[in-house]
Design a protein around this ligand. Structure first.
Ligand code: 3UK
Length: 552
């Protein structure tokens, strides 16, 4: 067993437990790796480590077996019960499906105790979990199965048809086993309740996560056993100070690394419990908070806005923190939530490439409207177009490095995301004199109108403060005179009707909140906005619609 510094690129001589070398063979070339930094976060891990064992087996060894691990309307299991389920599934994977360490296993289902137990089974068997979001269709599942070369899948019986279609389309996914219809359950009963986990290397891949992809073909990010524990220690530990009495809940799917961290890795790492809500509507989430006395809640800004409006109808007194990520959090939404619950939202920017959140702030350190400061272990900078660091107050490209970072599976776009050891997230930010980072826009969402640079999200933040507005997206629309003009797509609150008067009222509202030249010259009232499976607004789809319309 070699004791290499964990920042090194695993070479062919380094220990691996993988019999199937697919992951290692498709890592980026060593020269294109980000710098990995562990100082500052106070973390170091043994060379041999299986994150599934750290999360589960070690919890039992520490005496947490009888304590609640996962709760849902369908089933609630203690740590001991979760271990038994996970062991039986692992035995089925190995003995019935023929999974060997290093194989990719696709998981498909709404957030539920079964997905959680299956994830732990895959990882503890030394295989690689490819958890997919339930709303993905055959086309996207095909891209995933082809890219990650997936032969094995565990799938909720209700979601099997699309997966079988993907199997036919790709010739992959030869072994699909369903649960919920008794098939996996019967095999589990026939297999032992004990399982000996595979002793993986901390540098063996255990997760392949696909980016929600605003454009182009989806990118697959590879994460090691050590990365799963690093995100838990940095975000679950340093930021959230998780204790065994915590109860976690939220909306992000376990197939989104936001959900993998928040609803699986963080609670289990700190021997807390997780509440999985299959259909995370605003009402269902608030009902779960009240019913299970949830202490930590995770979702996206739009959902917090909906929750704030309904919170008075539910008992949310158990909450001690609430974390917003995935999209910029408008100050107006942060204020609404504060007024409704007395709690200040924790905003945090994360990315699939980085595994989880890397800039955030908590408690008295929160400055509403800012993402916060780099978490322990992370460094962040704002760079100009030539890659030089910019002084405070100047807007440029966000660059970050720390204990986790980007490794695309066999993808030339690695050279765009990692430059000189820094991860370039594609966001435009400024840092202030106090070291707080302020989101401006995605690099491709900047609007240039009559020579002025206008950040779409700033106009969105202003509009969302208006009580008639439920959701909003702002883009630059082509304009002969000005190059581009600011155009807003607005979803109104129920009962509100779009009109010329309302358009004027919204325009005046923006002019009063930000520099008047940024106001939306055009406002379209729409029923809904195009979104990714992770709930992000797809502004490029709106831009494409405009291009298609003008080409006609
Ligand atoms: C944007 C934010 C402003 C930003 C994610 C938490 O969103 C996650 O991962 P994705 O790969 O997208 C990454 C991009 O989303 N973004 C995310 N959070 C914020 N922008 N403020 C925020 N708080 O453009 C980033 O580059 O889907 C979030 C944890 C895990 C994740 N994977």
């Amino acid at each position: 067993m070699s004791e290499r510094p964990p920042s090194a690129h695993p070479d062919a001589r380094a220990f691996t437990a993988h019999q199937d070398p697919f992951a290692r063979n498709h890592l980026p070339p060593a020269a294109q790796w980000p710098d990995f930094r562990f100082d500052g976060a106070g973390i170091s891990y043994p060379a041999r480590m299986n994150c599934g064992c750290v999360l589960l087996d070690d919890a039992i060894a520490d005496g947490h077996g009888p304590r609640p691990a996962v709760r849902a309307d369908s089933a609630s299991w203690t740590y001991a019960e979760l271990l038994e389920r996970s062991n039986r599934i692992a035995n089925v994977l190995v003995s019935d499906l023929g999974v060997v360490p290093g194989n990719r296993v696709l998981l498909r289902g709404a957030n539920s105790p079964y997905v959680l137990a299956a994830w732990l089974a895959v990882v503890r068997a030394g295989a690689i979990a490819v958890t997919t979001m339930p709303m993905l269709r055959a086309k996207e599942l095909s891209q995933i199965a082809a890219k990650a070369e997936v032969e094995h899948a565990l799938c909720d019986a209700r979601l099997v048809p699309e997966l079988e279609q993907a199997a036919r389309d790709t010739g992959r996914l030869g072994k699909i086993l369903s649960w919920g219809d008794g098939r996996l359950e019967a095999l589990m009963q026939a297999r032992p309740a004990t399982f000996r986990p595979v002793e993986t290397s901390r540098d063996d891949t255990c997760v392949i996560a696909f980016t929600s992809g605003t454009t182009g073909t989806p990118k697959a990010t590879m994460h090691f056993h050590r990365d799963v524990i690093a995100m838990a220690d940095v975000v679950g530990g340093h930021l959230l100070e998780t204790s065994p009495d915590d109860v976690f809940a939220g909306s992000p799917p376990l197939g989104f690394t936001f959900g993998l961290g928040a609803l699986l890795a963080f609670p289990l790492r700190f021997r807390a419990s997780t509440v999985l809500v299959e259909q995370p509507s605003p009402e269902n989430l608030l009902a779960a908070v009240a019913r299970y006395r949830v202490t930590a809640l995770f979702t996206a800004p739009t959902m917090f806005r909906a929750l704030a409006a309904l919170a008075k109808n539910f008992d949310v007194s158990s909450l001690r923190c609430a974390v917003s990520a995935g999209e910029p959090l408008p100050k107006a939404t942060s204020d609404l939530w504060h007024a409704a619950t007395g709690l200040r939202l924790i905003d945090g920017i994360g990315a699939t490439e980085m595994m989880h959140i890397f800039i955030s702030a908590k408690g008295a350190d929160i400055r509403p409207g800012s993402s916060g400061r780099p978490l322990p272990g992370y460094e962040a900078r704002v760079l100009d177009d030539s890659g030089q660091p910019l002084p405070p107050g100047k807007v440029g490209r966000l660059a970050v490095r720390g204990p986790t970072g980007c490794r695309y599976l066999d993808d030339p776009r690695q050279a765009e995301y990692v430059v000189g050891g820094w991860n370039i997230t594609g966001d435009r930010y400024l840092v202030d004199a106090d070291g707080y980072f302020w989101f401006q826009s995605r690099a491709d969402d900047m609007i240039v109108s009559s020579g002025y640079n206008i950040a779409g999200p700033e106009v969105e933040s202003a509009l969302i403060g208006h009580p008639a507005v439920r959701e909003v997206a702002v883009i630059g629309a082509p304009d002969e005179q000005r190059g581009q003009i600011v155009k807003a797509y607005v979803v109104l609150q129920p009962g509100q009707v779009g009109s010329a008067e309302l358009t004027r009222a919204l325009q005046d509202f923006v002019k009063a909140a930000v520099a008047p030249y940024k106001y939306p010259r055009v406002i379209d009232f729409v029923d809904q906005l195009p979104k990714t499976p992770t709930g992000k607004v797809q502004r490029h789809v709106l831009r494409q619609q405009l291009r298609d319309a003008s080409a006609r």
